[in-house]
Design a protein around this ligand. Structure first.
Ligand code: ARG
Length: 271
């Protein structure tokens, strides 16, 4: 196995779950009969921020807005690459006002913003890996937005079809370990997309359904440390074997809304 490269310092944008609740149901993880404990969500989220900072990463914060409970899932608010932002256009009407909040943050922090004409849920479905952008469609982001991303960033976009409603965003089924390696759950993809991933990433780390159902693929890697759901035991073992350093962080309260570590984290890439 190729040795793991050293981790790189990253900049992440997060949003405190100050107004987190289950006010609507827009994915199979959300059940209005399982109320959330907001204090627990806040504790878990603060622990996530603490771990990022302890590892030497920069954490930026966007101000949460009352009535926008899913704003904690900052990954969906855009994609910042090469110092410029692709804004979001949310699928669910309940989330649409979030786009403005994230766009404002981008502008105030010096990132020009362009927003696609069709549904685009930021890093939820657009996952940069080295020079490429892996892009999910089937539930949220439209393929038209994939084309917008390719034109805007001038980077190759590889469209991948998601087929399992539990893995409605690409970042629930796949994550980048570093610039050349990914981990993913093959059954979340159509046969053609699965084959495309196999060809492109023959050395990928493969996750089991149990790992994926623990949202183990909703993980964040700095190239060395991998912040990951503690429930993804099999995957944690495989990552360790490959020389990565898994750092379990429990975000189980946020999982009730269908999100995990990565959903809470938007990476801000300057270069
Ligand atoms: N309730 C949110 C939604 O359905 C969860 C978003 C999770 N974010 C993510 N990047 N997968 O939109």
């Amino acid at each position: 196995m190729a040795p793991v490269t050293v981790g790189r310092e990253r900049r992440y944008l997060l949003c405190e779950p100050r107004y987190f609740e289950l006010a609507y149901v827009i994915n199979p993880w959300m059940r209005q009969d399982s109320p959330v404990d907001r204090n627990r969500a806040l504790e878990q989220w603060h622990e996530l921020v603490r771990v990022y900072r302890e590892l030497g990463h920069t954490v930026d914060l966007v101000e949460p807005v009352p009535g926008l409970p899913d704003m904690v899932f900052a990954a969906n608010g855009g994609l910042v690459l090469d110092g410029k932002a692709l804004g979001s256009r949310f699928h669910a009407p309940q989330r649409q006002p979030e786009a403005l909040e994230f766009s404002r943050w981008f502008k105030e922090n010096g990132f020009p913003v362009v927003t696609p004409e069709e549904t685009c849920e930021g890093e939820g479905d657009l996952v940069p890996v080295g020079p490429d952008i892996l892009a999910g469609y089937g539930f949220r982001t439209s393929t038209t937005a994939h084309i917008s991303a390719q034109e805007y960033f001038g980077r190759p976009v590889i469209s991948l079809r998601l087929v399992d409603p539990f893995f409605y965003h690409l970042d629930t089924a796949l994550f980048a370990l570093d610039d050349t390696t990914i981990a993913y759950y093959p059954e979340a993809f159509s046969p053609g997309s699965r084959a495309a991933l196999r060809r492109r990433y023959p050395d990928a780390v493969i996750a089991t359904r149990a790992d994926a159902m623990a949202l183990g693929l909703n993980a964040v890697s700095d190239g060395r440390h991998v912040l990951i759901s503690p429930g993804a035991t099999e995957l944690i073992g495989r990552l360790t074997e490959r020389g990565y350093v898994p750092v379990p962080v429990d975000t189980s309260e946020l999982l009730k809304a269908g999100g995990g570590i990565k959903c809470c984290t938007q990476e801000i890439r300057i270069a």
